[in-house]
Ligand binder design. Sequence first.
Ligand code: SF4
Length: 467
Amino acid sequence: MNSSSLFTIIGVPSFRPLGSLRASSQKESKLTARLYHADNICKIKFTVGTGFKLVPISEFKEMPTIERRQTPTVMIGNVALGSAHPVRIQSMTNTPTADVKATARQTIELIEAGSEMVRWTINDDSAAKAVPEIIKVLSDKGYGSTPITGDFHFNGHTLLEKHPQCAGALAKYRINPGNVGKGDRHNENFARIIKIAIENGKAVRVGVNWGSLDQELVTDLMNKNAALKNPKGFNDVMYDAMTQSALTNAQYAQELGLGKERIVLSVKMSVLQDMVAVYLHLAQKCDYVLHLGLTEAGGDTRGIASSSAALAILLQQGIGDTIRVSLTPQPDVPRLREVEVCRHILQSLGLRYFQPTITSCPGCGRTSSDYFQYLAKDISEYIKQKMPLWKKEFQGIEKLKIAVMGCVVNGPGESRHADIGISLPGASEEPIAPVYTDGKQTATLKGEGIKEEFIRILEDYIARKYS
Ligand code: SF4
């Protein structure tokens, strides 16, 4: 059997495959595929040699498992990174670190939004001096358990030596190998930071960035490439340079005595295809823990779309142990947006769950009014507001799936597929809204108060299912 084959269900003409049937290995004998039949989505369970069985989709709520690339575990403070742990979310403040109040305030916002690690710029003495002070403020306010990373460029070796309290308070140091110094200075400065990391038991991220790639390495690789009989293309040499910069520095850190279980790598680029290519390249060559990010992704919609696409391609292949979405600040958008986007990416991929998923349609000419848009928005806000309480009371609530749909075309199907769903009447439909729970129609709402009644049914359902 091929690992990716399209199957025709002979003798069952009314079934239409929704996608290819995939097996992870030639030996695998039990396969599943999604099929569409009338208004009912089913999956087929296919066992080689024994035929198939159709099972309603409601029995297949879990997403396919993503197999993570195997890595060691790296502890960043009390947060474990690596293939044995969830993909972690991190973010970075944009306040001057020397401004203790502003940095503490923004760090708390990011933590409350779900950032599991936060990075601060440490660019001068005043920033380094502020580090222990801000960490004390965070501890006093009950946020002291979130690890803080110091972001160092050019002068990290001197700042860390000069400010031992800063070195001791941070959980991880980010070193950019392109900004540590040139020639012999590079190794010397790099070694000084690694020595401090070892003495303090800290982790290090060797964070290569396209915009500050080690130019001596690039020139050397370009020259060597030009001398080849069949030289590689420019992009391939760049990917080699990014990968080599990360790996040679990580290996040097190990030679200096820093264990692999204290090293994280990243190779950020700003063009999606380049970023994906270089991470794929790196992932094949090592088993270090990887931090993923599309650098300088831009702001607002473009930044969100390109970061989501880039991260999803890699995460789907099991690559990546911690992620950051770097968004250019927009005047009216809070910094925590980058954390929210990370959570949505991980939840969309089924890698982690943070809050119930709402499936809602975009609406179209069949939608009789914008009522369903408001209903979807109101339900979403209701859930957001109730989640802190629900999380304490109802274990597993974050995996709940709710559908709010605009008409009969996809409304009943999506509602049955969800744990609980409502299909509002479209234009020229009878003004009733069937409600489905666990794949079956269990109520029909009409008239005023549909939202309130649906929320009551939702609350009852949650209390029944998750208590
Ligand atoms: S479910 Fe109905 S209203 Fe919603 S997008 Fe589809 S056809 Fe339009």
